[in-house]
Design a protein around this ligand. Structure first.
Ligand code: UTP
Length: 308
């Protein structure tokens, strides 16, 4: 399931649709990773050697976007720093003949033409974090992508399909996984109706964390959003909800209630939740097993360790 971080193809439908910006919210408290997140943002924890945020930035670049807006909290500059060039380190590595490492450290700064930050003073929720990035957008940007850096959607490419779906239906496009009903309870679940495309559904509503009996479908929300610009006004009109936070799903529900079209692209692939230590470890093992340098030895070690 793991996948390398090289950018493999460009895509011009994003440009045709005028979608240029990916917002990456990274201002959360990361409580599930304490104590590490006392000083290291969880978005920078390495999956083998590459932070989750580089994986989602690669996905945005491959979808044809050219600006990343990282939403950070005051003093959490390390995430933006990761996307800046480091000429001194490059020169040092070159002088030691480590050209392969130079390639690695240049990858993130070269992915997108512009990397900017927006500050969320207080972690008031994902919807609020997205709202903090509105001033970064140009006046003519009618929609914006949002990628959660702790959600790896594999293989990469769903964002492109979401952009194509908006080109057809307009409005807002979300991403879903088809989950077995008995595993549905931890997720936000879409209430949908079919379209003529088996992997695109029209969304009529959403239920957070339903029991299998209450679930309106088996389509569970993932951390990819293609939001119409109307979302920013909806966020301003959204009261704090679950956990006292301003939730983006509440703002989307408000838009649906006002007749705004919302569709979901069903992604038939894999996923890693990097937001908790258990999911993060699975991702690290999955990526490491695919890695030519670490994979073979890890496989042998794991066999021995599990056989013990
Ligand atoms: P999470 O709920 O997974 O992140 O939010 P968290 O709140 O940092 O983690 P825990 O639950 O305390 O362990 C999903 C994404 O939204 C961002 C987070 O940084 C994460 O990338 N986020 C969340 C914000 O930027 N601001 C917020 O107020 C909340």
């Amino acid at each position: 399931m793991a996948q390398s971080t090289a950018v493999t193809s460009g895509h011009d439908s994003a440009r045709r649709a005028g979608i240029r910006t990916a917002i990456v919210p990274a201002a959360g408290l990361g409580t599930r990773f304490l104590p590490a997140t006392k000083s290291v943002p969880k978005e920078l924890l390495p999956v083998v050697d590459t932070p989750g945020i580089e994986h989602v930035a690669t996905e945005a670049a491959e979808a044809g976007l050219d600006r990343l807006v990282i939403v950070t909290s005051p003093g959490k500059d390390a995430v933006a720093q990761y996307f800046r060039a480091q000429p001194e380190l490059e020169a040092e590595l070159r002088s030691r003949g480590k050209d392969k490492l130079v390639e690695k450290i240049r990858r993130a700064p070269n992915l997108l033409a512009k990397v900017e930050t927006a500050i969320q003073e207080k972690a008031l929720g994902l919807g609020h974090a997205i709202g903090c990035a509105e001033p970064n957008l140009d006046d003519d940007e009618q929609a914006v992508a949002v990628l959660l850096p702790d959600d790896l959607v594999l293989p990469r490419g769903v964002l492109r399909r979401m952009i194509d779906t908006r080109a057809r239906y307009g409005g807002t496009v979300l991403c879903a996984f088809d989950i077995p009903l008995d595993e549905i309870s931890p997720y936000g679940v879409f209430d949908v109706e079919d379209t003529d495309d088996a992997d695109v559904k029209k969304v009529n509503g959403m239920v957070e964390k339903p029991s299998p009996e209450e679930a309106p479908s088996t389509y569970a929300a993932a951390g990819r959003y293609l939001l119409d610009r109307a979302i920013f006004d909806a966020i301003r009109r959204t009261e704090p909800g679950r956990g006292g936070e301003i939730q983006v799903t509440d703002a989307i529900a408000l838009l649906i209630s006002e007749g705004h079209p919302v569709h979901v692209v069903v992604h038939r692939g894999g996923r890693h939740d990097l937001g908790n230590p258990g999911g993060f470890l699975r991702a690290a093992v999955d990526f490491a097993l695919e890695d030519p340098e670490y994979g073979p030895e890890l496989r042998t070690w794991l066999r021995g360790r599990i056989g013990e």
